[in-house]
Design a protein around this ligand. Structure first.
Ligand code: MLT
Length: 408
């Protein structure tokens, strides 16, 4: 008899963004003339930058001639891309990361979801609340979370991110082995200073723990004093893995490319307390289960680091940040407290006691604007909504004018 993985029964309904899409589709079916503006899922709307398209085309052209055609590539990614990443994203900022510590993949969602496979079943996991649902759901699927009651899994150590703590979680009160962190944060848009990250790095070193650091939104950081990588913090190489993505940096949500950094001196432990190489383990997993990102896509990603690519991609992000400023100004004018949107594409808005799904429905029904209900990210988000800056300037202006009318 083929039996199911019973842990799937503990998952809450469907994946958050599928739930939202379903509600929006129903609304659109009932209101075919409504011009729905989507500021929900963080999906980019601008075309790929010209330099990126040129890189992509070159890759396709090479695939079109026998002499330059490529079959299977290295699972970890081509050297040209790994070297460009190491030099530009890390070494240029004083972070000691080598090309062979970078594993190119089809995105940060898969990697941040898959990474937990490398760890024992009974480790203690600390997860922020609110949180990007992938970290939690993949551990539910793996059977590490225990039962669900009153909005929480009993086996997880939740780290509340609230207005009172500036949306920066405190160190867990009980010992934990694996810690998920994301800065700039999804969903709150909060950022972390080097000093704040150092507290976590020191904790991990003292407790033989590991940090899974999601830096998918690092390119939105405009405050030069903020770290873009956890490896800008001393000691992080031994205790942190970092996930990155070209999705939000360079508009690759539909093109698919990201990478994971696993430093060679990152320590994990066997049952008898001896050390094992996390780099070797992830390499084994990656080469077994993944066959690499397509050559043209890697050429497109490489072009992000060309002189023209850097300028164009920065301009794109500046445009999204300008949208974020409009959202923030509107919320301030309407008297809603909010965080994020300055070094992040997300604005996390306190609904003043309103339930987040009610707030979502109100904006959809009265303004035809889609946001993300904070409750979908965890119990601490139940009275918040997230608005994303990923849309055109015109749409964001229209959306905010409609939101003003709806909420006045
Ligand atoms: C989000 O809206 O939280 C993200 O777009 C989801 C993702 O990157 O998978």
């Amino acid at each position: 008899m083929i039996r199911v993985n019973e842990h799937y029964n503990k998952l809450q309904a469907s994946y958050l963004f599928s739930d939202i899409a379903k509600r929006v589709n129903e609304f659109q079916a009932q209101n075919p003339d409504a011009d729905v503006i989507r500021l929900g899922i963080g999906d980019v709307t601008r075309a790929l930058a010209p330099a990126v398209v040129e890189g992509f085309r070159k890759g396709v052209d090479e695939m079109a001639a026998d002499a330059t055609f490529r079959g299977y590539g290295p699972e970890q990614g081509y050297d040209f891309l790994r070297e460009a990443i190491a030099a530009n994203d890390f070494q240029a900022r004083g972070a000691d990361i080598a090309a062979d510590e970078i594993f190119v993949s089809d995105g940060a969602k898969c990697d941040s979801g898959n990474f937990q496979e490398l760890f024992a079943q009974d480790i203690k996991i600390a997860i922020p609340d609110p949180v990007y649902p992938v970290y939690l759901d993949t551990n539910v699927m793996a059977g590490r979370t225990g039962a669900y009651a009153d909005g929480r899994y009993q086996g997880i150590v939740y780290m509340d991110c609230l207005k009172e703590n500036g949306f920066m979680p405190a160190l867990p009160e009980e010992p934990v082995d694996l810690i998920y962190l994301c800065f700039p944060n999804n969903p709150t848009g909060a950022t972390a200073t080097k000093e704040e990250l150092k507290v976590w790095v020191d904790y991990a070193r003292e407790n033989k723990a590991l940090i899974l650091f999601d830096a998918a939104y690092e390119s939105f950081i405009r405050d030069e004093s903020l770290p873009r990588s956890i490896y800008e913090v001393e000691g992080a190489r031994e205790v942190a893995v970092e996930f990155r993505s070209f999705s939000k940096t360079a508009g690759f949500t539909g093109t698919r490319c990201g990478f994971t950094v696993v430093p060679k001196d990152c320590k994990v432990y066997t049952e008898d307390g001896s050390t094992a190489s996390l780099h070797a383990m992830w390499n084994r997993r990656h080469t077994t289960k993944f066959n690499g990102v397509s050559y043209p896509v890697q050429k497109a990603a490489e072009a992000v680091y060309s002189e023209a690519g850097k300028v164009q991609v920065k301009a794109y992000i500046d445009a999204y940040l300008a949208n974020a400023a409009i959202v923030r100004d509107t919320m301030t004018e309407l008297g809603f407290d909010h965080v994020g949107g300055e070094n992040s594409p997300y604005i996390w808005i306190d609904g003043k006691g309103r339930d987040s799904w009610e707030f979502f429905d109100l904006l959809l029904n009265k303004a035809s604007v889609v946001c993300t209900p904070g409750g979908g990210f965890g119990r601490c988000g139940r009275e918040y909504i997230r608005i994303s800056a990923f849309n055109s300037l015109e749409n964001v202006k229209t959306a905010m004018a409609r939101v003003k009318d709806a909420l006045k």
